[in-house]
Write a protein that binds this ligand. Structure first.
Ligand SMILES: O=C[C@H](O)[C@H](O)[C@H](O)COP(=O)(O)O
Length: 217
């Protein structure tokens, strides 16, 4: 089964966790897009969705699903999103599409976070995928120097502007032995908005598409 078929399969598997009559949070990226397309089949049983990016909001609206601002809801029973890497502790690297900050905010509000991935994203140790860090533009060089001091090799994602008007540094070569500690350390650098480690708030359930099966972690 090809990667796209696996993404569709996990997206469909996530549907049965969607509570009826509620507003849910929806992530960003190609796997989240598969979920949005699947969600459209039950849109009449949904009160609406909070989007983690402008692209997701547009796709949801395209299917006739009402998009609400996060500030319009008091709680979210569920957030469904993809990831760039996920380990056995359900910790993730996210942000390959640059949506990490809004994703982290929606994930923080959600009571339950279900991560949907194809098998290629499952790793023993995080860090093979370059860690995205969203940075306030004027702090770019300073933050890059601080990331280099942590042993990373930051690279400016040229020409990319986040939905929040900021830029992304993709950091290679980080030794991610303790994801929670590194997430906090990088977030404490002045000028960093947030980084793509989702370890303080891991997923509650990961659905992995592998061969003909969907495995739960
Ligand atoms: O910013 C993007 C998100 O974190 C995505 O969830 C992540 O990059 C995975 O995307 P995809 O499903 O396209 O591999």
């Amino acid at each position: 089964m090809d990667q796209n078929a696996l993404k569709q399969r996990v997206a469909e598997a996530a549907l049965r966790h969607v509570p009826e009559g509620e507003v849910i949070g929806v992530g960003t990226g190609s796997t989240a897009n598969c979920f949005i397309d699947a969600l459209a089949t039950m849109k009449d049983r949904l009160a609406g969705a909070v989007a983690s990016s402008e692209a997701t909001a547009e796709r949801l609206r395209g299917h006739g699903i009402e998009v609400l601002e996060l500030n319009q809801v008091d709680s979210l029973p569920l957030y469904v999103d993809g990831a760039d890497e996920v380990n056995d502790h359900r910790e993730m690297i996210k942000g390959g599409g640059g949506a990490l900050t809004r994703e982290k905010i929606v994930a923080a509000v959600a009571e339950r976070f279900i991560c949907i991935v194809d098998g290629s994203k499952q790793v023993k140790r995080l860090g093979g995928f370059p860690l995205p860090v969203e940075v306030i533009p004027m702090a770019r060089s300073y933050v890059a120097r601080r990331l280099a001091a942590l042993g990373g090799q930051p690279q400016y994602r040229e020409g990319f502007v986040t939905d929040n008007g900021n830029l992304i540094l993709d950091v290679r070569n980080l030794d991610i032995l303790n994801p929670i500690e590194l997430e906090e350390k990088i977030n404490n650098i002045t000028g960093v908005v947030t980084n793509g480690l989702f370890a303080r708030r891991p997923a509650d359930l990961v659905l992995v598409g592998r061969g003909d099966e969907v495995i739960s972690i």
